[in-house]
Design a binder for this molecule. Sequence first.
Ligand code: ARG
Length: 458
Amino acid sequence: MSKLWGGRFTKSTNKLVEEETASIGFDRKLASQDIKGSIAHVSMLAAQKIVTEEEKDQIISGLNKVKEKLEADELEYSIENEDIHMNIEKFLIDEIGPVGGKLHTGRSRNDQVATDMHLYLKEHTEILMELVRETQKAIFKQAEAHVDTILPGYTHLQRAQPVSFAHHLLAYFWMLDRDRERLQDSLKRTNISPLGAGALAGTTFPIDRHQAAHSLGFDQVYPNSMDAVSDRDFILEFMSAASILMMHISRMSEELVIWSSQEFQFIELDDSFCTGSSIMPQKKNPDVPELLRAKTGRVYGNLIGLLTVLKGLPLAYNKDMQEDKEGMFDTVDTLEASLSMLAPMIETMMVKTSNMKQAVSEDFSNATDIADYLVTKGLPFREAHEVIGKIVLYSINNNKYLLDLSMEEYKKFHTLFEEDIYTVLQPVEVVRNRNSYGGTGQEQVASQLKEAESALLK
Ligand code: ARG
């Protein structure tokens, strides 16, 4: 088969080289963006009188036919035509004849592929932002229902202080809110048009890059043609934001796994998100959060992979850049699938409030509160800390929790103790008293929910 660039060659391409250098196996995902970009390009060429109106109409209707046929699976891509750009151009020429060859006037595959990547990422960043919002909504709904559900809060995975379950969940809500903001911010750099940069140096034709950019919905045009064709920062930025997002998904997944364990039993994931064991009939495994935790590896890998591909490249386009695609597609696909599972999994999880409550009544997570109690009665915090440390040690040695100690026992440690200590130590009071802004007190959590609600509208 003759190549679109075959004129300068006397020998045909080595078969293995053809197979290994072709990108059609994966860049076919860019078909709709490629056609969209071509329509904008040829419309601009006509407006600038570089092609005639009639030629433009023929090319656009040919491209639309190619699009229809591709959607109906009527065309077969070939590796001889290397990539999506040349495959589509070839289909176009097959469809409308030699006039199809005018489409590539004033354009190179270098600005073409960069344009396609910008268009693709713009679309998918927007889809992802919506999926993040859906996940935030699912978290929000669970949080709304669990302001008064109290469970141990942990540091070092040791029980620290009791918290409202809503508060714990909302921590993830705000992580995802920053993720959505980061994605939104990355769009500023994705939303720039490289089209018309040519191979690297611009073109001799009187093109109008701003008009083409505008018709594709881009906000700006790269001011430097060499930068335009060799910039992949926008992909790196997306992948960085995606990696942080995936890290958050992974942390949350880890908690879901822990909470579902026999040891914790704080939640039960819906059957539809779990699987069984082929040998142990009793098993209900949290496969989905486990897999989400693991998928983080490939998202990080894709980022490091592309950073490494780009680090030694001289200007401008180099074939190395073809390696930007699979990683970016994989990151997009992984995140879209992950968030699509995470949201309904959170929404349908069953929260075992009584187990949480029991956990919180069988620990020393109210110890800070008796220290604060003595401080309120005038004792310096350091001294109070020492007294309570002794009380905790005494309780452990006597198999008791703080609420089990009698008044006489308390008095032995300090005369400032009064009957009201038994109220102060109730987990629900412990939580209520953390009424500082951003704290876990029920009143604070209620106003946090209001803030979250307005964040969802942004
Ligand atoms: N398939 C190529 C890529 O993805 C398109 C650009 C090719 N340009 C070139 N001069 N070989 O990077």
